[in-house]
Design a protein around this ligand. Structure first.
Ligand code: ADP
Ligand code: MG
Length: 685
């Protein structure tokens, strides 16, 4: 690899100075238990120290059972009034119960399969019972712990089999004891002072044994700050390295003008801006690494087509990766229209002969426009002369995946397209290694989608309305959070159940779509919907991304409160693509006030960026960017637990550190190591 000599070189981490004590040096952890800890990624005492609880239970004050909400975890000060009794129920299970009072009401303490609890609640004893309130049939507290004092704020750790919360709390206490007064500070004094951060030692103590929620917030902020600072630094380093490395300098002269003639419409000003950005990136002899962010329906595909067109005109192949096969098929049709026989669709389950023919063409040096799913293109064989890679609908495209693409043979230009509008502050941090183009304008003639929250008693009216519209030639999606009833949670309608209900109640052609169908079946059903043969598609969120059926004008979303606002907005974006009036109906059985408030935001605006900002305010960054998808990206649990304040502070601090450019700064050194780790495996492949 002939990357230009970098200012950033690998050095030994100052973090490893401290001798690593194996987790078995904590009292009570033997080899068996250590194995369970290992499955959580915890091998050393230091690992345990920095292991983040996933949540906290508030046992700081006692409540009366009548005040407790159904299902709430609470501490109730009780006096035991009767002897405990254990009875056997079906399947060898036992229930142990004891009568108690909180001074105002009688209640029952219940333990499942803990017959040994029978000896604990002696009649006459007064204590705090901490457990889950169940008020459906009489007042009960389920599986309570009995404590003489209020337990305070109790951390809840992620678990694997073989571990319990009690073991985890013991291990955290053990680790804290061993490192008492010896937890090293990782941030420099100046940064600590400038952003008034809690020292690392205090923060770790507070994470595991918080004294107050206020203290806990400051501790989380401090931990998140450090992780985000490193993350932002790492992205800056990756960006710097890319800028130092070479790339293809495409000849872009006149390309935008000749491409415009091929488009059936006039690009919007925002599309045109993004295309000009792409054009100047591609002309440079540096790899393009650009994110095009634009609301659903804003016309990102045209920007991708422009880049593909320019690559092909320069004699290079281009790959357009889609998240689903349905979307890859759709892209294939578009590519065929523009590039004829140069368009190639890669898909799973191809016959050997077909596969070999395509492989030969990919290696033949012809300039091709290739599409397929991410898995197939990034996992699949070689493509000669690959000059451009585009990832469609991939705001969750991680650092590692981005680095994997840029490491491909000819150092192709990359373009990432995302329909998830992310507030600028957040995207600056998340995508610090990318250039950003925002398409903040919809093509002309779109009517805003009429969005309504439909109360349950109006459900049948809604069905009538839909039936009429569909008989007039419209089409409708109905989306559910679950596939089958067997997965069901109480009060959640599954796609299978809705499909049955609608088939019974409506006299129109309906089909069911979900992720468990075979690829061929999914494709067939999607095609029937696209052609208009099927009028109503009942579906799980597989229709979330990219599908373009302009004739679909109604979107029904069941249990809408279970989706994030950004996701609801995405779903809604499946309709309103033509010039006809479109509707989005949100159904929800939740009577929580915040749920209603969130849904009403959707009714009041169709601006994706506004919706994302509100979502961010209401739920924090974690939900918005999808914590799970980013787990392996170096975005830690702490970052998602944190607030925008920590995000902004960390970004600010990272910018200042980079501007100083002091390579001996331990934080920058650590960020260099992380950046190396992210790209190491890839360079070897
Ligand atoms: P998305 O940004 O969600 O990927 P698409 O690229 O699929 O959006 O575009 C949505 C629809 O709008 C397509 O049918 C496309 O042909 C059409 N479209 C895109 N840009 C324009 C434009 N400037 N004028 C008119 N129609 C457009
Ligand atoms: Mg799209």
């Amino acid at each position: 690899c002939s990357m230009a000599a970098s200012r950033f070189t690998t050095i030994i981490s100052p973090w490893n100075k401290m001798a690593v004590a194996p987790i078995t040096s904590i009292k009570g952890i033997g080899p068996r238990r250590a194995e369970a800890f290992g499955r959580l990624g915890l091998f050393s005492v230091e690992d345990m120290l920095s292991f983040m609880p996933r949540g906290y239970i508030d046992y700081t004050k006692s409540v009366l059972i009548c005040e407790a909400e159904q299902g709430m975890l609470c501490a109730v000060k009780v006096t035991i009034t009767g002897e405990a009794k254990t009875v056997r129920i079906r399947g060898g299970l036992t229930i142990t119960t004891a009568a108690a009072t909180d001074g105002l009401n009688k209640l029952q303490l219940c333990w499942y399969n803990q017959p040994y609890m029978a000896s604990k609640p002696e009649a006459g004893r007064t204590c705090y019972a901490c457990g889950r309130a169940d008020k459906r049939r009489g007042m009960k507290l389920m599986n309570p712990q009995l404590c003489d004092e209020l337990p305070g704020i109790v951390p809840q750790y992620p678990l694997v089999s073989g571990l319990t919360q009690k073991i985890m709390r013991g291990a955290a206490a053990g680790a804290l004891g061993m490192y008492k007064g010896r937890i090293e500070e990782t941030l420099p004094e100046s940064i600590m002072a400038e952003y008034s951060l809690m020292p690392r030692g205090d923060a770790l103590l507070a994470m595991h044994m918080p004294q107050s929620f206020e203290q806990l917030e400051r501790a989380k902020e401090r931990m998140a700050f450090e992780d985000m600072l490193l993350y932002a630094l790492m992205l800056s380093i990756l960006r710097y390295r890319r800028e130092q490395g070479g790339g293809i300098a495409f000849n872009m002269k006149g390309k935008l003008e000749s491409f415009k003639k091929l488009l059936p419409f006039e690009p919007t000003a925002a599309q045109f801006r993004a295309m000009r950005n792409i054009s100047s990136d591609m002309a440079k002899n540096v790899q393009m690494n650009r994110l095009v962010q634009g609301d659903v329906g804003s016309g990102k595909t045209a920007c991708a087509l422009f880049a593909i067109y320019a690559a092909i005109e320069n004699g290079y192949s281009a790959a357009l990766m889609a998240p689903t096969e349905i979307l890859a098929d759709q892209h294939y049709r578009t590519l065929k229209n523009m590039f004829g026989s140069r368009a190639i669709l890669l898909k799973g389950g191809m016959k050997k002969k077909e596969r070999e023919e395509i492989a030969a063409r990919l290696m033949g040096g012809e300039a091709l426009a290739i599409t397929g799913t991410h898995a197939i293109i990034s996992g699949g064989g070689e493509i000669a002369n690959l000059g451009l890679v585009i990832a469609d609908e991939q705001h969750r495209f991680g650092v590692r995946q981005r680095a994997a693409i840029s490491a491909k043979g000819s150092a192709p230009d990359t373009l990432i397209m995302s329909a998830t509008p992310i507030p600028r502050t957040l995207s600056l941090l998340m995508y610090g290694d990318l250039e950003l183009s925002v398409i903040d304008e919809l093509p002309p003639g779109r009517k805003p989608i009429k969005t309504r929250i439909v109360p349950q008693e109006k459900r049948d009216d809604m069905y009538r309305f839909i039936e009429n519209e569909l008989k007039d030639g419209a089409q409708c999606y109905a989306v559910c959070p679950l596939v089958e009833e067997s997965e069901a949670m109480e009060g959640v309608l599954s796609a299978a159940a809705l499909y049955k209900e609608l088939s019974r109640k409506l006299d129109i052609s309906i089909e069911l779509m979900h992720g468990r169908l075979s690829a061929a079946e999914k494709q067939a059903r999607a095609a029937r919907f696209a052609s208009g043969e099927t009028k109503l598609l009942v579906s799980t969120t597989v229709v979330e991304v990219g599908v373009d059926v302009p004739n679909a004008t109604i979107m029904v979303i069941e249990n809408a409160d279970r989706f994030g606002l950004a996701q609801l907005h995405q779903l809604r974006g499946r309709v309103g693509r033509g010039s006809k009036e479109s509707y989005c109906f949100l159904l929800s059985e939740s009577d929580s006030k915040t749920a209603k408030e969130r849904l009403s935001i959707l009714c009041s605006t169709t601006d994706g960026f506004k919706i994302a900002e509100r979502d961010l305010e209401m739920r924090g960054p974690g939900e918005l960017i999808g914590a799970r998808q980013h787990g392996e990206d170096g975005l830690s649990a702490a970052m998602f637990a944190s607030n925008m304040k920590a995000f902004n502070m960390a970004k600010d601090a990272a910018d200042k550190l980079i501007a100083k450019g002091d390579m001996s700064d331990p934080l920058i050194k650590k960020a260099v190591i992380t950046a190396d780790e992210k790209t190491k495996n890839i360079a070897q492949n």
